[in-house]
Design a protein around this ligand. Structure first.
Ligand SMILES: CC(C)=CCNc1ncnc2c1ncn2[C@@H]1O[C@H](COP(=O)(O)O)[C@@H](O)[C@H]1O
Length: 271
């Protein structure tokens, strides 16, 4: 808008006289339709990636303590693995954890179902796939991401622990990403619990016998993974790790507070 003094203000900009543009910013935004190929460029994708982070952080930042449950998209509801996923989802919900999954079918659906039917909060972080796929029916809050890496950030950032049921490449990817983040100190140590010793036993043995023996991981690295068949033990492991974390944080705060008190006492003595 140009006022009576011949000045145009546009956001932080001020224009006078001949510098005043003929059109306003809104006009230029709304009137013009140029070529559309820029929507397929990387700079535009960066904005879309940003918006996925914004949506994800916005949605999940107020969710309570959560656990992510991973596992095969292909397991059928009549399978014992589905029942196991459902039991774990409900146990976690019963002790107050929100259950997060990839939002798909199989074990993901089972864990969401267990959590929802137990009265907990059930979240699905879906992913756009080349074939049509809706979020499963047992999700209270869901987001579908375009970008795998944004979705993975959400699992890690908002979970207290990872529970990994039998699964294929997708599940292995999630498992090894989590272990790598813990191993490299990118996330504070949190439990990664494998469920199903028949299924995972071979992998765990191989990690000990080959990876550890060959020296490609540290001797203590296998301890980053816990293996069990018992849903109650899953909850127990997560709960204990949680209590330890709270205790450690409390201790750290106390040390910091004591250091601050000493500093203040010194300053008071000197003044
Ligand atoms: C029937 C079918 C293949 C559906 C795929 N639909 C999916 N929907 C959501 N997340 C998925 C899907 N497939 C794989 N994932 C991700 O990868 C893991 C499962 O992969 P997989 O089935 O183990 O390798 C899940 O924990 C999930 O986070």
């Amino acid at each position: 808008m140009t006022d009576s003094t011949g000045i145009r203000r546009a956001g932080p900009l001020t224009y006078r006289g001949g510098a005043i543009p003929e059109t306003t910013t809104d006009q230029r935004l709304l009137d013009r339709r140029g070529p559309a190929d820029w929507v397929h460029t990387d700079p535009w994708r960066v904005l879309r990636i940003q918006s996925e982070f914004v949506e994800g952080f916005g949605l999940l930042s107020e969710v309570g303590h959560s656990v992510s449950v991973f596992g095969s998209a292909r397991v059928k509801p009549e399978s014992p693995k589905y029942t196991l996923g459902e039991t774990i989802g409900s146990r976690l919900a019963e002790v107050g954890y929100t259950v997060i999954t990839g939002g798909g079918p199989g074990v993901m659906e089972a864990a969401n179902k267990g959590a929802q039917l137990a009265g907990g909060t059930s979240i699905g972080l879906g992913i756009e796939l080349p074939f049509e796929q809706a979020l499963n029916d047992y999700i209270d809050v869901g987001v579908t991401f375009r970008y795998f890496f944004v979705r993975k950030t959400m699992f890690v950032k908002y979970s207290q622990a990872f529970v990994v049921l039998p699964g294929g490449f997708g599940t292995l990817d999630e498992l090894f990403e989590a272990i790598t983040l813990v191993q490299t100190g990118k996330v504070t140590r949190f439990p990664v619990v494998l469920v199903g010793s028949d299924f995972w036993g071979g992998l765990v043995d191989w990690i000990h016998a080959t990876l550890r023996e060959e020296g490609v991981i540290s001797p203590e690295d296998p301890d980053l993974i816990r293996l069990t068949d018992d849903p109650d033990e899953v909850v127990d492991i997560i709960h204990k790790a949680h209590v330890d974390l709270v205790r450690r944080k409390f201790e750290q705060n106390r040390v910091a507070e004591t250091a601050k008190d000493v500093e203040e006492a010194k300053e008071a003595a000197e003044s």
